[in-house]
Design a protein. Structure first.
Ligand code: XMP
Length: 250
């Protein structure tokens, strides 16, 4: 990811998200997604896909073609599937998404290591792909889960869930963590734990209220941006404006 970001001179990950379309309009949705990638690819380093595009387009019928397009244009492809099940299921999920060409997928550390995350990391390491862990989500209620005070089973000390997840990300050698841009203070705290060893991906910019400047200053490496770009009348202009505004931060 780092080398592509340097080559493309961009740290923007496009979240390829669109509003609900009737299932009959799948072809139109596919063309819209293709058009956005075609027009914004010079200004981004990766495309992030979500379930709400995989559901209408299908993994191998539609999304795989968009992943290939992203790769042909020199971009990485991330699957934001927030894997959250038992190990045997997670392993199959990971196999399918990596088979569709994804370079990395996002998983939820609440499931723990044994029979949770480990099977995902095992598949990822065999195929030389990445696993990115959720550490603090961008939405309002994130504190109800990721912000809880918990007891660290290793030290028996009270700690915050997201700090523990950050330490686990280091222990598991994760390829990235996600911390919402809506919480720059949390980005700073997580960055203090991770240093430059693991990059922070930060969603929640614009539509959700976070700002790129604050996220970057706090320690985020990559900015995940969706609707500000995909819903703009001119997505290329939107992403260009965005890139200019953050050029000199950090
Ligand atoms: P917008 O339109 O708000 O889209 O720029 C943000 C994108 O990022 C996803 N998202 C998250 N993904 N952890 C994640 O892994 C988060 O905390 C998080 N918050 C938002 C969201 O699904 C959308 O694709």
């Amino acid at each position: 990811m780092a080398s592509i970001s340097i080559k493309k001179e961009s740290n923007i990950v496009l979240a390829l998200d669109f509003p609900y379309e009737k299932p009959d309009n799948r072809e139109q949705l596919f063309r819209k997604a293709e058009h956005v990638i075609d027009t914004v690819h010079p200004y981004i380093c990766a495309v992030k896909f979500n379930h709400h595009l995989v559901l209408p387009l299908g993994t191998f019928d539609g999304v795989q073609k968009l992943v290939k397009k992203a790769h042909d244009l020199g971009l990485m492809a991330i699957m934001d599937c927030k894997v959250n099940d038992i190990g045997s299921t997670n392993q199959v999920i990971a196999e399918y998404y990596y088979a569709a060409g994804f370079d990395a997928l996002i998983a939820n550390p609440f499931i723990g290591w044994e029979e949770g995350l480990k099977p995902i990391f095992d598949v990822a390491r065999r195929l030389e792909r990445g696993v990115i862990l959720l550490v603090y989500m961008s939405h309002k209620a994130a504190n109800e889960g990721y912000g809880q005070t918990v007891i660290d089973a290793e030290t028996n000390q009270k700690t915050l869930q997201y700090i523990l997840f950050s330490k686990k990300a280091l222990k598991f050698n994760a390829d990235g963590v996600v911390v919402g841009a809506t919480y720059p203070d949390k980005i700073r705290e997580v960055h203090e734990v991770l240093g430059e060893k693991i990059p922070i991906y930060s969603p929640g910019i614009g539509t959700q209220g976070g700002t790129a400047e604050k996220a970057l200053k706090a320690g985020a490496r990559y900015l995940i941006v969706g609707r500000e770009i995909t819903l703009a009348r001119n997505p290329a202009e939107a992403v260009k404006r965005f890139q200019t505004s953050i050029k000199y931060v950090r």
